[in-house]
Design a protein around this ligand. Structure first.
Ligand SMILES: [Cu+2]
Length: 475
């Protein structure tokens, strides 16, 4: 993330925490709004119990005010414009100016009051995923409460009983509202013992959070198609797609925690290069020590949260991404045939005489898509893109980098630039002589001495019914 993306929460929080008159405290807390998709600096608590705040990738934490011992937040559900990556803006629904909404951070045992104002064109509600709370605060419209009508404000109030990693989202016309981007992150920090420790939740140097979301937005348009069930074309982290997702910048030997929640319609195997991590928590709470094991990929199923931790002890720029390769691509049509191995050279000339812009996609694989600056409709993200120090990264969607540097200062989250590979530590081209390609000779086919016939080369051909026969053959 760049320095200019940072803004100071300090000013907002100072106003919120200042001694406000009793009349003002009886009114709604002034809501805060965010106007850009940059990663905000962590919001250090101005009051209440101390904790080490999280960093929301391409997001921010909602400031609160303390009203007679209750932490008061104000969420505004409303239509928003979200820049998913530079050059591509989506028309979504979200909270307080962005999708996803701001992260809410509290401490175990906090009394929390959340005002929710509905500025959407239809009713809504908020479900506090994973929380222990009174049944009437669980946010399922029609079941636990009546939906929040357009223009009205409802109040949710409960104690944050369980420390952990949670999220919030509507439970009213859920399909539409989540397809439109309504969701947010919630972290309940643990109450620590006298030694400043929790038996299962470690204090870490860096704590990153993001939600997995998916959208179906036609190239050249801006509004997600809400009826899409599985065939999404934009796979995002916090409603951002590579190269628009900020990198996770850490200091060498930092203990790092990453918390991920999945509000898409499919699972995402989240994979980190260069390090092993441990799943230390889920939306069910911290994982007991005996149930932890090392991994480099953890599957985050639909509606789940995973919290992973590792020691960032390897310097470099390490890829961090969903391992479903189609989830590290951006929007394109689905009906593109596989053209690998098809030689078009004769045909393409003829086609280009009729249509000078005609191009064949994927004759030698799809890497060409990343290399060529293909003309794309306005307000569309390239399918695979991103320039690295050594060429195109050829990625999109759910892809970012963990950047580990020995000289990254504590508390500094800015992007340190590309990692300079130390001499002699990078893959290089072999320029010596190559041996002749030795291939095993197939055994002679079907000789008298062999008991079983040796396999012969087989080529699968699709044989279409002859014109004269065709389906008539069924007679
Ligand atoms: Cu995925």
């Amino acid at each position: 993330m760049k320095r200019r993306d940072f803004f100071s929460h300090a000013a907002i929080t100072a106003v919120a925490a200042a001694s406000v008159s009793k009349v003002a405290m009886a009114a709604l807390p002034e809501p805060s709004f965010m106007s850009h998709a940059g990663t905000a600096a962590p919001l250090s608590p101005a009051n209440g119990l101390p904790y080490h705040p999280v960093v929301t990738l391409n997001g921010w934490t909602l400031p609160w005010r303390m009203n007679q011992g209750v932490k008061e937040f104000h969420l505004v559900a409303e239509p928003v414009v979200r820049e998913m990556t530079p050059g591509f803006k989506a028309h979504m629904w979200g909270y307080n100016g962005q999708s996803p909404g701001p992260t809410i951070e509290v401490v175990e045992g906090d009394r929390v009051r959340i005002f929710v104002t509905n500025k959407l064109p239809e009713h809504t509600s908020v479900h506090w995923h994973g929380q222990r709370l009174p049944n009437g605060m669980d946010g399922v419209s029609g079941l636990n409460q009546s939906a929040i009508p357009v223009g009205k404000t409802f109040v949710y109030e409960f104690e944050a009983r369980r420390p952990g990693t949670f999220m919030y989202h509507p439970h009213a016309d859920e399909m539409t509202q989540m397809a439109m981007g309504m969701m947010g992150f919630w972290v309940t920090h643990p109450k620590l013992d006298k030694a400043g420790k929790h038996p299962l939740i470690d204090t870490v140097d860096r704590d990153f959070v993001f939600l997995l979301s998916a959208y179906d937005i036609e190239p050249g348009s801006a509004t997600p198609k809400i009826m899409t069930m599985l065939d999404f074309n934009l796979w995002s982290w916090n409603s951002r797609i590579f190269p628009g997702i900020d990198t996770l910048n850490v200091r060498k030997n930092d203990k790092v925690r990453i918390r991920v929640g999945n509000l898409t319609m499919t699972n995402h195997p989240i994979h980190l290069h260069g390090h092993e991590f441990t799943v230390t928590g889920t939306d069910g709470g911290p994982v007991p020590n005996v149930a932890r094991w090392p991994e480099v990929t953890t599957d985050v199923a639909v509606g789940q949260m995973r919290q992973v931790e590792f020691l960032a002890d390897e310097e470099g720029d390490w890829a961090f991404h969903c391992h479903k390769s189609h989830h590290t691509m951006n929007a394109m049509g689905h009906n593109v045939p596989t053209m690998i191995g098809v030689d078009h050279r004769g045909l393409i000339k003829k086609l280009q005489q009729a249509s000078p812009d005609y191009m064949v996609m994927g004759e030698r694989g799809m890497a060409d898509m990343g290399q060529m600056e293909m003309p794309i409709p306005e307000n569309t993200a390239p399918m695979m893109t991103g320039k690295g120090p050594y060429g195109g990264i050829e990625m999109g969607g759910m892809f970012s980098l963990l950047k580990v540097r020995h000289d990254q200062q504590p508390g500094d989250y800015k992007d340190p630039g590309w990692y300079p590979q130390p001499p002699g530590t990078q893959a290089y081209e072999w320029t010596g002589t190559l041996p002749k390609h030795a291939r095993p000779t197939p055994p002679p086919s079907n000789t008298a001495s062999s008991a079983t016939p040796a396999p012969t080369d087989a080529e699968v051909r699709v044989r279409k019914p002859a014109a004269s026969g065709g389906h008539g053959g069924h007679r």
